[in-house]
Design a protein around this ligand. Structure first.
Ligand SMILES: *Cc1c(COP(=O)(O)O)cnc(C)c1O
Length: 450
């Protein structure tokens, strides 16, 4: 029994669940997707909230530039570039034996400074927001000050009175830990069993306390929450519900809009933009997608990508059960090599806020992520971690679609010929060389077998 009903009952009401349980790669276009004008109100946040987050990141830019010299080139703004990936597009067309009109691009959050993953957006933003709140309340800072002053022993001693806790499969912990420790906070990261050793080692080298669990992500988060509840000086970064994480991610969209304009890429009703976002608990892709819908309206189409072993957001939105259901309830094991995506229960906040703004969801097997990892390296020289490849097959799912998604969205083949497809590459450049070589070897071997 699952939530009072038999498994067969769920299969009859929601036939795709059967396919998910069989771990078959699945694509689902959201029949409840609604025009931005109607659905944006569901989120409970507005363009003003995104602008506020963006302004806060600008206030912190002088600090970041000083504390993290790798951000100096971008004046303390943590941003990644976009690059065209035509050779990958060609290779995909051959691999899937499918014409792929339009232009394929890559958003390289894999190369974001400081932590090398998309978590350098939301995770770092939430730490900065918390630091600003504390410093303003204590009179250590005013909004008009030069925040570079926070890179001082005095500021670090002040923040040293406070703690930050977070549960993570790895990358969120990296961002929170590195940023929190640099400001002087006492940071504890509660790591799930699947977290990589090198991520734990990196955090410890920054003075972060890492607590390891034999269980999965949900347990690590629950432990972090419990630690923080018992201690009023401890701020818990709640990956399942945090509005600040979400807003930190959302700022990406206005910056992307400028990058596309600079690359002379038009996005409008006749020139659609399709964006493929790897999804774990949902905060990162949800926040980015929210920003994208604000920035581009109905011209942008957002699809979430999940591992076949962890399709938590697809399951939650498809059934409308959101965080009431986990993939484990249906016997799906939530075991995947895709760090950051090994989440069995999606964020209820993101699922409910975004259920009419997201255009589609699909799953990708671990083997396919490894093959695409090797294909990406071979065709474009980009080295990404497995999760970051989940976005890559999105273009093939949209264009092969027999459910008629793009036609229903009012697009014709002329529009699709001038569409832009953007794969959000969510992590990779901090992966140690030996680990990357092992990923590549595995991907090449799988690729050689088909
Ligand atoms: C965290 C993460 C994601 C997904 O973000 P969520 O907020 O968990 O949905 C995707 N890719 C990578 C590499 C990540 O670390």
């Amino acid at each position: 029994m699952i939530l009072g009903k038999t498994r067969e009952h769920w299969y009859d009401s929601y036939p795709l669940i059967r396919q998910l349980v069989a771990l078959q790669p699945t694509t689902w276009f959201n029949p409840n997707a609604a025009p931005v004008e109607q659905a944006l109100g569901d989120v409970g946040l507005t363009a003003a909230d995104v602008a506020d987050a963006s302004a806060r990141l600008s206030r912190f830019a002088p600090y970041l530039q000083r504390a993290f010299p790798q951000t100096a080139a971008s004046q303390g703004i943590i941003e990644s570039d976009i690059i065209p990936v035509p050779h990958l597009q060609q290779a995909l067309s051959e691999r899937y034996q499918q014409p792929l009109p339009g232009n394929l691009w890559l958003k390289r959050d894999s190369h974001l400074p400081i932590s090398g993953s998309i978590k350098a957006r939301g995770g770092i933003y939430e730490v900065l927001k918390h630091a600003e709140d504390l410093a303003l309340a204590a009179g250590l800072l005013t909004l008009d000050d030069d925040y570079a002053s926070l890179d001082s022993d005095q500021a670090r001693a002040f923040f040293g009175q406070y703690k930050i806790a977070v549960g993570s499969t790895g990358n969120l912990g990296m961002s929170i830990g590195i940023m929190g420790a640099a400001l002087g906070f006492q940071v504890t990261v509660h790591m799930s069993a699947d977290a990589r050793q090198w991520k734990k080692d990196t955090l410890r080298s920054h003075g972060v306390t890492v607590i390891e669990y034999a269980s999965d992500y949900s347990v690590a988060v629950a432990q972090g929450r419990q630690q923080a509840e018992a201690d009023p000086t401890c701020h818990f970064v709640d990956d399942e519900n945090s509005i600040n994480l979400f807003l930190g991610y959302s700022v990406a969209a206005e910056r992307l809009k400028k990058q596309l304009a600079a690359a002379h890429i038009t996005v409008d009703a006749q020139h659609p933009l399709f964006v493929y976002l790897p999804c774990g608990v949902g905060g990162a892709p949800g926040g980015v997608a929210f920003g994208l819908k604000l920035a581009f309206g109905d011209a942008v189409h957002c699809l979430f990508a999940e591992p076949t072993h962890s399709p938590c957001m697809l399951l939650g939105v498809y059934t409308g059960l959101h965080d009431q259901v986990s993939v484990q309830d249906f016997g799906i094991d939530n075991v995947t090599a895709a760090d950051g995506l090994a989440v069995g229960r999606a964020s209820g906040f993101v699922g409910r806020a975004m259920q009419r703004l997201l255009d589609g969801f699909y799953t990708v097997s671990d083997e396919e992520m490894y093959r695409l990892l090797a294909l990406m390296e071979h065709s474009e020289g980009q080295r990404l971690e497995p999760s970051a490849l989940a976005g890559v097959p999105g273009i093939t799912r949209v264009l092969a679609d027999s459910q008629g998604y793009w036609q229903r969205a009012g697009l014709n083949s002329q529009n699709m010929a001038q569409a832009t497809h953007l794969v959000w590459a969510t992590g990779g450049n901090r992966v140690p060389n030996n680990e990357m070589e092992a990923y590549l070897a595995k991907g090449r071997e799988l690729l050689s077998k088909g």
